[in-house]
Design a protein around this ligand. Structure first.
Ligand code: PMP
Ligand code: GLN
Length: 382
């Protein structure tokens, strides 16, 4: 009885793999959520907001306190000015912001360009909006793409390019040259850029460059991010979209009818979290760098083909040394016989067969968890 527009998508790979991990007692390096808790000062702020009676609907666009905190954050981190009240919209996670942005700008039949592998909600959101996705493939092992394929993906009907940097699942951080080329194309072809920057604070090499900082781009960019990644509280589902007034209006036109507003006490706590000083971000990054280096080193020692990701908290590793050809079969073996859950990246491609030689491990886990997983992965060595 599922409507045709959704019938082909099945159940998300994250839901599926976490269910199987529980069923088989496997260590979950599949779904990207920390197995450690977020900061106490943020949890205390949520408890205080609940005790203070902040229990009714929030303002549709987000409470004033979080607008102030976000506006200050974008100015401080990137020199970007977003006007409180008008140019920021708080959503139920980045997932909702992505859907609201697509629904808000895309008419039925309009094209949206996606880079594949892509975070799974992108294609489903485009299809739910009646849009037509087209794909530019990031090629392993460097996850680079042919610039001509991007130009070719843009047609008369293209309305937007959806960018994700740092990138899930590959850990790619788009280079300055790539960002400039995408920006030029957006300006030349009058396209909107929807940019998913949820991993903005997890960049291990170089720095995060928001698309909105490039010439001509602030006026045509919807920047999306998420409190859940940065503050290790993914279950709170607080995200946002920062965009010029006309694009914020488009996001809000959809947001007001999808969820209307987002959990009030958690917005108060997120506003408090966003005022954290640079030491918080330094510690977060140092912790993830240590986990990244550990996991990449151990995967290489075990026999995976692996490069250290420049950003985000995932490693895509080539497993073909272990005589498996297919990522789905390899992940089944991992979960059932090795006791480690991971994601088969083919779930993130439009064309079947792509991504088949790779497996995605999430390293947003305690070091002990990663060590235990490595202990089990040793079994692959025979
Ligand atoms: N975008 C990307 C690239 C992601 O990896 C995720 C997953 N966590 C999201 C968006 C969703 O973020 P949220 O949990 O805030 O909805
Ligand atoms: N973003 C997380 C990942 O890529 C999980 C998102 C989800 O479970 N929907 O693993």
């Amino acid at each position: 009885m599922i409507a045709r527009r959704l019938a082909g998508f099945g159940t998300t790979i994250f839901t599926e793999k976490t269910r199987l991990a529980v069923e088989h007692g496997a260590i979950n390096l599949a779904q990207g959520f920390p197995d450690f808790d977020g900061p106490d000062f943020v949890k205390e702020a949520a408890i205080a907001a609940i005790r203070d009676g902040r229990g009714q609907y929030a303002r549709m666009t987000g409470i004033p306190e979080i607008h102030d905190a976000l506006s200050a954050k974008y100015r401080r981190d990137y020199g970007l000015d977003y006007r409180v009240g008008e140019e920021l919209t708080v959503t139920s996670g980045a997932t909702e912001a992505i859907f609201a942005a697509i629904l808000g700008v895309c008419d039925p039949g309009d094209g949206i360009v996606l880079f594949e592998p892509y975070y799974d909600s992108y294609k489903a959101s485009v299809v739910m909006a009646g849009g037509v996705p087209s794909f530019v493939t990031l090629e392993a092992p460097q996850w680079s793409y042919d610039p001509a394929s991007l130009v070719d993906a843009v047609t008369e009907r293209t309305r937007a390019i959806l960018l994700n940097t740092p990138h899930n699942p590959t850990g790619k951080v788009f280079s300055d040259d790539e960002l400039e080329a995408i920006a030029r194309l957006c300006v030349e072809r009058d396209l909107v850029c929807i940019t998913d920057e949820v991993y903005e604070h997890m960049v291990y090499e170089g720095r995060h460059v928001p698309m909105a900082t490039l010439p001509g781009m602030r006026e045509r960019t919807i920047t999306i991010s998420s409190f859940g990644k940065t503050f290790s509280l993914t279950g709170w589902k607080i995200g946002w979209a920062a965009a010029p007034r006309h694009l914020s209006a488009a996001v809000r036109a959809a947001h007001q009818f999808i969820t209307f507003a987002t959990a009030t006490p958690l917005q108060h706590a997120a506003a408090c979290a966003l005022s954290a000083g640079p030491e918080y971000y330094d510690r977060l990054l140092a912790g993830y760098r240590e986990r990244r280096d550990y996991l990449v080193g151990e995967l290489a020692r075990i026999g995976f083909g692996v490069r250290a990701p420049a950003g985000a908290y995932y490693v895509c590793a080539d497993f073909r040394r272990f005589s498996f050809e297919d990522d789905v079969a390899f992940c089944k073996h991992l979960i059932e016989d090795v006791g480690v859950a991971a994601i088969p990246p083919s779930a993130f491609y439009d064309r079947p067969g792509k991504g088949r030689g790779y497996v995605r491990f999430a390293f947003c886990k305690k070091l002990e968890t990663l060590e235990a997983a490595v202990g089990r992965l040793e079994k692959l060595c025979g």
